[in-house]
Ligand binder design. Structure first.
Ligand code: F6R
Length: 236
């Protein structure tokens, strides 16, 4: 594991964007695993800037996102599909037909999970998976549990996650209580994993996740077993 500490969100974003850019340059038809939330916004901005300068070409890239709220469709401005469009896809030359986000409106979420995993497999797996980390140690929406779940599945969001995500909604009551998330298998089978975190409030969970025991009650701790993991952290 490479654990890199930087002293600003700008530096974190630039470094994370360099790792993603290198992946796209090395393999123009790579599969990028992408995340939403506050952490990757600066990374996506930097990628957009390099794309606009003509330094990056996303035309052959495929993307698979980690998760989506159950009950929200892609038109809903709180959905993760919408987030991805606004924060990245609308500004680069990626083919939207090759950008995948779990369907939060699927009639049969279990089947949607199976379809999602089959698609990732069909694509040959993920070349580079970008992750954030929740205050409770979740990655994707794999919440603390007594076991690690392999497959893409529906989860009940934990109270701390609902509270943390309430900042994106008008009221806490509007935060969906369920999400569909990629499971640990697709994440762990990604060839490279890049986890980014910023803020003093993430310090404690990072210590637990990367320097403590591997424990499903700290879901990100499983990443200690990944052969190519980079963590970039900025306290500011
Ligand atoms: C989002 C996701 C979540 C976030 C995590 C951290 O797709 O999978 O695991 O990465 O909740 O969120 P932020 O970056 O907002 O602190």
């Amino acid at each position: 594991m490479k654990f890199i500490t930087v002293d600003s969100y700008e530096k974190l974003s630039r470094k994370a964007a360099s790792v993603i850019a290198a992946q796209v340059v090395q393999k123009n038809d790579c599969v990028l695993g992408l995340a939403t939330g506050s952490s990757p916004v600066g990374t996506y901005k930097q990628l957009i800037e390099w794309y606009k300068k003509g330094d990056l070409d996303f035309s052959a890239v495929t993307s698979v996102n980690l998760d989506e709220y159950v009950g929200l469709d892609g038109e809903n401005d709180q959905s993760y599909r919408y987030f991805m469009n606004v924060n990245l896809f609308d500004h680069i030359n990626i083919d939207k037909a090759k950008t995948f986000v779990p369907d939060g409106k699927a009639d049969d979420p279990k089947l949607e999970g199976e379809i999602y995993d089959a698609r990732i497999k069909e694509l040959g797996g993920i070349d580079l998976q970008l992750l954030g980390i929740g205050l409770d140690g979740h990655i994707g929406f794999n919440e603390p549990d007594s076991v690690f779940t392999k497959e893409t599945h529906v989860v009940d969001l934990h109270e701390s996650t609902i509270k943390a995500n309430a900042r994106f909604f008008e009221n806490e009551a509007d935060v969906p209580r369920k999400a569909i998330t990629m499971g640990m298998l697709s994440i762990m089978q990604a060839k490279k994993v890049l986890l980014i975190a910023n803020g003093a409030n993430k310090k404690e969970i990072l210590e637990k996740a990367f320097f403590g025991p591997i424990d499903p009650r700290v879901p990100a701790s499983i990443l200690q077993l990944h052969p190519d993991l980079t963590v970039i952290y900025s306290e500011n």
